[in-house]
Ligand binder design. Structure first.
Ligand code: HEC
Length: 498
């Protein structure tokens, strides 16, 4: 090879390496230079050339190595290594142009941040690796001298790796981190699975058809917390068990001897009528369905497909669309609730709180202290604010909070129980709670509740019980407040918390 050509290439490589290596250390100008910004914006177009060229160089070099190593030319490939030299040169030139373009874009200040810096460094290191490979490539005795061949190939493969890493970071900057994996199912965070509904034949008459009606129209008074008439209506077993009167709720094949159905068809003015007259009543087709089910035997595991019948098909025509709609909704909600529960559990752990689903009020959460308790401040409560409407009970005995915390608590519109014993609450913030129409119990025993503070209870007419044991209030004040608010029980007891 002409030694003047070699010298020219070497000088070119050394100079460009030094220039490019200085890029990360140059200051960003206050005001971007228009023409530089213009040129910089070509970077996203230009970068495809070096990527393709460097990878091609690598492939050709790799094939050359393979041919040499396997000792024969079974694949009958032409001698591609001859192309490596020219390819290496155009790779270096196109990389230089791309890196300079990227640097101008960086200098424009349009792109900032850690990823952008990493991308710049990636480009610079790539340039250095590639130029080094080229430098050794044009070393006179390279092919016969292992000491030169090895660094040449090493730098070339390093350049290949850097191309991949740098373009990945670049892709992340322009397309977002999950651009590549977005449509790869297993790497994506789980979305709720599609809801699958049973076909009509697969429906269980009791569980899928009868139970939703009972849930809707009866369970508000007959559940494990509210057991009117000693009767729970949450499962087949509880229906079999019956209530205080010990009458059979289901007499197979005889709806009229079945207390469950019998009570639903009593006249409206009958005391025993269910649901009671002021409550939402069953639709005629819902009554028909329950009657038909008991007529068929009223068993737990009967499938709709096993009991074909004309009478029922007209009922189902009315019922199924609604049923499908509501069960689809319910399943969605359940999935969403599970996700939310996980999210809130994590948030709780982060703050040192226990946040769990409320076993009493479905879909709501309770907030309580960890054991042993972590330091809970007004600021910790502030973090709960985005979820405020989801909490039904808050129990923070001994938390390091004062009346400012009541401001966030005042946003918890579904709150029923608020237990803040042994806190610095004086009661002055109780006015923040005036929109909490469900709030029934407040525990402020052993707090700093003051005579002035407790007077704010007059703004909270819905509250039923307030515990003030050990607070700094005077008996006179308590007595006049009791006279003023006869509905509210102001109890000098320690009260509960959890
Ligand atoms: C608003 C509240 C409320 C709703 C809603 C309600 N019930 Fe009742 N239920 C009561 C009360 C109160 C009693 C106890 C008084 C009585 O026996 O009538 C009772 C008692 C009963 C009993 C008698 C239990 C026993 O053995 O003594 C049955 C059966 C019953 N309900 C069925 C139903 C069914 C079925 C529904 C829905 C279709 C329903 N209830 C909806 C309040 C309700």
């Amino acid at each position: 090879m002409d030694s003047r050509f070699r010298t020219f290439i070497w000088v070119f490589l050394i100079v460009t390496t030094i220039v490019v290596a200085s890029f990360p250390f140059l200051p960003i100008p206050e005001k971007p230079v228009g023409v530089f910004v213009f040129l910089g914006r070509f970077h996203p177009v230009l970068l495809h050339f070096p990527i393709v060229l460097i990878l091609l160089t690598l492939i050709f070099e790799g094939l050359g190595i393979y041919q040499k190593w396997s000792g024969n030319n079974k694949l009958k490939l032409p001698n591609l290594t001859a192309l490596v030299g020219p390819l290496l040169l155009v790779s270096a030139i196109s990389t230089l142009i791309t890196v300079v373009g990227g640097f101008l874009l960086f200098q424009s200040g349009e792109y900032r941040g850690e990823l952008v810096r990493q991308h710049l460094w990636g480009g610079v290191l790539l340039m250095i690796a590639l130029n080094s490979a080229a430098f050794f490539y044009w070393w006179p005795s390279r092919q016969t001298n292992k000491k030169v061949q090895a660094p040449y190939q090493g730098f070339l493969f390093l350049a290949g790796a850097l191309v991949i890493v740098t373009s990945h970071i670049g892709g992340t900057i322009t397309h977002g981190a999950d651009f590549l994996t977005e449509h790869l199912p297993s790497l994506r965070p789980e979305k709720p699975a599609p809801v699958e509904l049973k076909s009509p034949e697969e429906l269980l008459i009791f569980e899928d058809l009868v139970m939703p009606i009972i849930e809707d129209k009866c369970q508000s008074c007959h559940n494990q917390y509210k057991v009117k008439g000693g009767l729970v209506l949450t499962s087949y077993a509880s229906i079999e068990k019956g209530g205080d009167s010990e009458k059979a709720l289901i007499t197979p094949h005889d709806p009229f001897q079945s207390e469950l159905f019998h009570r639903m068809i009593l006249p409206m003015n009958d005391d025993e009528r269910m649901p009671p007259p002021e409550k939402p009543q069953l639709e005629p087709y819902e009554l028909d369905l329950i009657e038909w089910w008991i007529q068929k035997g009223g068993e737990e595991n009967m499938l709709l497909g096993e009991s074909p019948s004309d009478t029922i098909s007209t009922i189902l025509d009315q019922y199924l669309p609604d049923l499908y709609q509501s069960s689809r909704l319910k399943m969605r909600q359940q999935q969403e609730l599970d996700q939310l529960a996980e999210e809130l559990e994590d948030l709780g752990e982060e703050l040192g709180l226990v946040i769990e689903l409320d076993p009493e009020y479905t879909g709501f959460f309770t907030v309580s202290m960890q054991i042993p308790p972590a330091l809970i401040t007004n600021h910790s409560l502030e973090k709960l604010r985005p979820y405020a409407s989801l909490f039904s009970k808050v129990s923070l005995p001994g938390a390091d909070i004062d009346d400012d915390a009541l401001f966030v608590i005042g946003k918890m519109t579904n709150l029923r129980d608020l237990y803040l014993p042994k806190t610095c609450v004086t009661g002055e913030g109780l006015t923040y709670l005036k929109d909490l129409t469900l709030l029934e119990n407040i525990n402020l025993s052993n707090s700093e509740l003051s005579n002035v503070g407790i007077l704010n209870l007059i703004h909270l007419p819905e509250v039923k019980r307030v515990y003030v044991w050990g607070a700094e209030t005077d008996t006179v004040v308590l007595q006049s407040l009791r006279a003023h608010l006869p509905e509210v029980k102001i109890l000098e007891e320690e009260g509960e918390y959890f």
